[in-house]
Design a protein around this ligand. Structure first.
Ligand code: FES
Length: 164
């Protein structure tokens, strides 16, 4: 654990160094931190705050303004349900509801076992295949609510009492 913290700290140092420790570069620094760690941890933000001379609260205050930043570790897989026009008219909302039910989380959330992040997106550029669900970047075409459970099982979702 201490090693992980030390590693994180040295990565923070490197990232801050790229921007010359300038607090005016806060957003790109936060983007690089998230790219590196997958999210903005408290440790990383504390360390960053010390290095650029602002309070952690100030940094969190700025970061929470932007939807791109996350403050918890990402799930193992990312499920994106498309609700663009083509997918919407072919039942995208019913698919999203089924995914939410199966994962027991809403769009924007992470399943309790931290295996799946769930997002809704507005067109992923393959409308001819609508409705689509994208898992870890792979497009699954012609989705229906009934196809949701087998799809999630392929990514390690265990069936529980949700069928009841
Ligand atoms: S609307 Fe879903 S891929 Fe375009």
């Amino acid at each position: 654990m201490a090693n992980a913290k030390r590693r994180n700290v040295s990565e923070v140092e490197q990232i801050v160094g790229r921007y010359g420790g300038e607090r005016s570069s806060l957003i790109p620094i936060l983007q690089d931190l998230q790219e590196s760690f997958g999210y903005l941890s408290e440790d990383a933000v504390d360390d960053l705050a010390r290095r650029i001379g602002v309070s952690p609260n100030e940094i969190f205050g700025v970061a929470t303004f932007y939807a791109q930043f996350r403050f918890r570790p990402p799930g193992e897989h990312t499920v994106r349900v498309c609700l663009g026009t083509a997918c919407h008219v072919r039942g995208g909302h019913q698919i999203l509801e089924e995914v939410e039910r199966r994962l027991d989380t809403k769009a924007g959330g992470t399943s309790a076992d931290r295996k799946f992040d769930l997002e809704r997106v507005a067109c992923v550029g393959c409308c001819a295949l609508a409705p689509v669900v994208v898992v870890d970047g792979k497009v699954h075409a012609g989705m229906t609510p009934r196809k949701v459970s087998p799809l999630l099982s392929r990514y390690g979702k265990r069936e529980e009492s949700k069928d009841a």
